[in-house]
Write a protein that binds this ligand. Structure first.
Ligand SMILES: Cc1ncc(COP(=O)(O)O)c(C=O)c1O
Length: 423
């Protein structure tokens, strides 16, 4: 590479990833094949439109490429339709809102401090300025159970056009059947944002909302699904001509979504990313992916138990998926930022996070969020979790002792040598 400044930064980042342990639950390590597709000549091509209906010539390779990505995504999620063009998870959600809603319409979504995502109506987002977001949350923070009675009351009162299930910081499974019954009662579109657990769904260790009557699933492709950074929208319904304006009916959802992505809010699709998505979807269709997904969940469950033994107070008492939320303020009287910094110093990367009804400010919240998708890709198994929990406790205890932290870091670097990156 001619550009040595960038080459050096790439090498440094590879070293950081190789020598540290990635515990951010929304991150992962992609395969060499995904990286190859991402760095391919498809980045040179303009392909506005959809397969067979483009605004530029020279589409003899992009059309079959996008079609393969679409077909594989549909097969993975048991969907009638897939739009593989969203640049990321946030625009995927925005595209569904604008496909189905008029300004001022109501969306019923998960309370942010109970695990919902920014794009589910945080006041700082454009969606929150356009639409009216109402919140449901947990009934019992100890068990993580959602308050479905309150959710129904809110739905009956506010008549939302969309009921949104999904989260980025909630360690339990949702009861889609209950969501679906309430959605049907009030005639709302049932949307699931599965960005975090898409890989668990296709790996068969989490429920698929389509099996319970949901109409739309949005997801990122770069978290548990282990693909390139990107978004994906799946839906049930009939695929019509995206160039003809359809009525806003449930049957027309696929067409409404296609129009909402292009020309509604995006220009040319990123064909190199779509190539990498197609590679990742094929990988996720292989039998081994089921083993990977199951291992993520097993590792998280054991890690949660090990952390509890060390005195970490876990939100909802543990985990049923890939992520863990620990209230370090309750456990050790420190805020999440202090814990994040101490863990960073020993080479364990995770993020500070608000816990439900947090009493500390968002910039210094009470919790940390961590998960097992990336370390599972590197080959970590249940038997390695006690070592991880042990390091975490040591880092918290010795947070003010730089030399002790450096000593632990050396141990981490040595340990991870047996767990190579998939490069
Ligand atoms: C549930 C959920 N939805 C949407 C997103 C947004 O995805 P992106 O960062 O790719 O825009 C995230 C990202 O963390 C997420 O967790």
């Amino acid at each position: 590479m001619q550009d040595t400044q960038i080459a050096d930064l790439i090498a440094a980042e590879e070293k950081r990833q190789r020598e540290g342990l990635e515990l951010i639950p929304s991150e992962n390590y992609v395969s060499k094949d995904v990286l190859t597709a991402l760095g391919s000549v498809f980045t040179n091509k303009y392909s506005e439109g959809y397969p067979g209906r483009r605004y530029y010539g020279g589409q003899e390779n992009t059309d079959p490429l996008e079609q393969l990505a679409i077909d594989r995504a549909k097969q993975l999620f048991k969907a009638d339709h897939a739009n593989v063009q969203p640049h990321s998870g946030a625009p995927a959600n925005e595209a569904v809102y604008s496909a189905w809603l008029e300004p001022g319409d109501t969306v019923l979504a998960m309370e942010l401090s109970h695990g919902g995502h920014l794009t589910h109506g945080a006041p700082v987002t454009r969606s929150a300025q356009l639409y009216n977001f109402i919140r449901y949350g947990m009934k019992n923070i100890e068990t993580g159970e959602i308050d479905y009675d309150h959710l129904r009351e809110l739905a009956l009162k506010h008549k939302p056009k969309i009921i949104l299930a999904g989260f980025s910081a909630y360690p339990r499974e949702l009861d889609y059947e209950k969501f679906a019954a309430i959605g049907k009662e009030v005639g709302a579109l049932l949307m699931a944002d599965m960005a975090h657990i898409a890989g668990l769904i296709v790996g068969g260790v989490a429920k698929n909302p389509f099996d319970y009557g949901f109409h739309v699933i949005t997801t990122t492709t770069h978290k548990t699904l282990r693909g390139p950074r990107g978004g994906l929208i799946l839906s049930k319904g009939i695929v019509g001509n995206p160039l003809k304006k359809p009525e806003k009916t449930l049957e027309n959802i696929p067409t409404l979504i296609d129009r909402s992505i292009f020309p509604g809010m995006q220009g040319g699709p990123h064909m190199h990313v779509i190539a990498a998505k197609a590679v990742a979807f094929r990988e996720a269709l292989q039998p081994e992916f089921k083993g990977y997904a199951a291992q993520i969940v097993k590792n998280a469950a054991v890690l949660a138990e090990e952390l509890k033994k060390h005195g970490f107070n876990l939100v909802t008492g543990g985990t049923s998926n890939h992520l863990i939320l620990a209230d370090v303020y309750k456990s050790f009287g420190i805020d999440g930022g202090v814990a994040e910094t101490a863990l960073d110093a020993i080479g364990l990367t995770l993020n500070k996070n608000a816990v439900a009804d947090d009493t500390l400010p968002p910039f210094r919240p009470s919790g940390i969020r961590l998960g097992t998708p990336a370390i599972t890709t590197r080959g970590f198994k249940e038997e390695h979790m006690s070592q991880l929990a042990d390091w975490m406790k040591q880092a918290v205890d010795k947070r003010d002792d730089e030399r002790a932290l450096q000593e632990i870091r050396k141990q981490v670097v040595e340990f991870v040598k047996s767990f190579p990156l998939p490069l």
